[in-house]
Design a protein around this ligand. Structure first.
Ligand code: AKG
Length: 355
């Protein structure tokens, strides 16, 4: 199933302070800060950006943690106080969830599924209100939580602009050009509480995920594990998100989740994780690890090549499936008719069985 050829991490460099290799290291974190899940993972390699293996992995649309890009070097001094003083008076999107899981939903698709009840809500607030809210929820002892997720924009203060201009644009622009990626669409600033979880989903963009403060565990799955992860229908507000609750998987509904195999890395300040387009990612701020700050760099993928090569890659098949669902939704005039029609089309006809 998994066709990814992620190179095996070098145990001498793979460690970010705690050990999947049980060597002796000074620990920035320990295994007890990781949540437990019922599937196996392999380590994503941690490499220097000058290592040719790193370039190869990015070329092959495979994940890698780059340890020394200096991509967000000026931001490594950012903490809540510095941001509160300098980030400006703009509005920030803050999600409030009833537990640690922040399942994303597309508000524009909510009218397609009138019975859908989101488990988190988005509120626009000033940065100082967010900080206050975070302190309040910390006192509530972890039940309700907040997660700031805001695209960086021109409302930020002068010092943040200076930091932003000092990012290693030279390196990242070269990455973009070399691979013929489209434009940088946005930089999302994420400020999370310890223990926050972004459940598994995929994006239709290339991502350089730059960790600034605290540690995050990133579990990735290649696009060929689509069948094991059971994404919501395209018209559902949770499009691109897995329906499987990793902490309590319903194997009757999602039997193939038993076959899922992930790749994982814990990223800390200065690390940059390449999350290739269409790769599933589940991201958790470590338990008892304090506040986390991340800025990601989302790029449009390369244009479809003029000459298509066969066999198609898994992510190209995902794109085809998405288009079929979208076209059926339009043709039928009702997203709720897509599932029944697809079922009618395949039931007793295309399922595997005696030939
Ligand atoms: O860091 C997180 O919690 C989620 C980030 C994410 O999903 C992304 O950058 O695509």
């Amino acid at each position: 199933m998994a066709t990814a050829t992620v190179v095996e991490a070098d145990p001498t460099t793979a460690d970010d302070g705690a050990s999947a290799y049980s060597g002796v290291h000074t620990s920035a974190w320990t295994d007890s800060q990781l949540r437990q899940y019922p599937f196996q993972t392999r380590q994503i390699p941690r490499l220097s950006h000058t290592d040719p293996r790193a370039e190869l992995l990015i070329d092959n649309e495979e994940p890698v943690v780059l340890t020394d890009t200096n991509l967000v070097y000026p931001a490594l001094k950012w903490d809540i106080n510095y941001l509160q003083e300098n980030i400006g008076n703009g509005d920030f999107s803050v999600y409030i969830a009833e537990n640690h899981k922040f399942l994303y939903y597309d508000e524009k698709k909510m009218s397609n599924f009138e019975n859908f009840v989101p488990k988190s809500r988005r509120i626009e607030m000033k940065f100082s209100e967010f900080v206050e809210k975070m302190h309040q929820t910390q006192e509530l002892d972890g039940k309700e939580r907040v997660y700031l997720q805001q695209t960086l924009n021109d409302t930020v203060g002068r010092k943040i602009v200076v930091d932003f201009l000092g990012f290693n644009w030279n390196w990242i622009n070269k990455q973009q050009t070399k691979r013929n990626w489209g434009q940088l669409t946005s930089n999302l600033l994420l400020i999370g509480m310890e223990g926050n979880v972004t459940p598994a989903h995929y994006d239709e963009q290339q991502n350089f995920f730059a960790q600034i403060k605290g540690h995050k565990r990133c579990i990735l799955f290649p696009p060929d594990q689509f069948e094991c992860l059971y994404p919501y229908p395209v018209h559902h507000p949770c499009d691109r998100q897995s329906q499987v609750d990793f902490e309590n998987p319903d194997y009757e509904r999602f039997p193939k989740f038993k076959d899922v195999v992930g790749y994982e890395a814990v990223v800390g300040p200065g690390d940059v994780l390449h999350i290739p387009m269409y790769w599933w990612h589940h991201i958790e701020s470590l338990l008892d690890g304090g506040v986390t700050i991340t800025v990601n760099f989302w790029y449009k993928g390369a244009p479809t090549p003029k000459r298509i090569e066969y066999p198609l890659k898994a992510h190209q098949k995902v794109a085809i499936m998405r288009n079929i669902e979208k076209m059926l939704g339009e043709a039928l005039g009702d997203p709720h008719e897509v599932g029944p029609l697809l079922n009618m089309m395949i039931k007793g006809r295309y399922e595997q069985g005696p030939s």
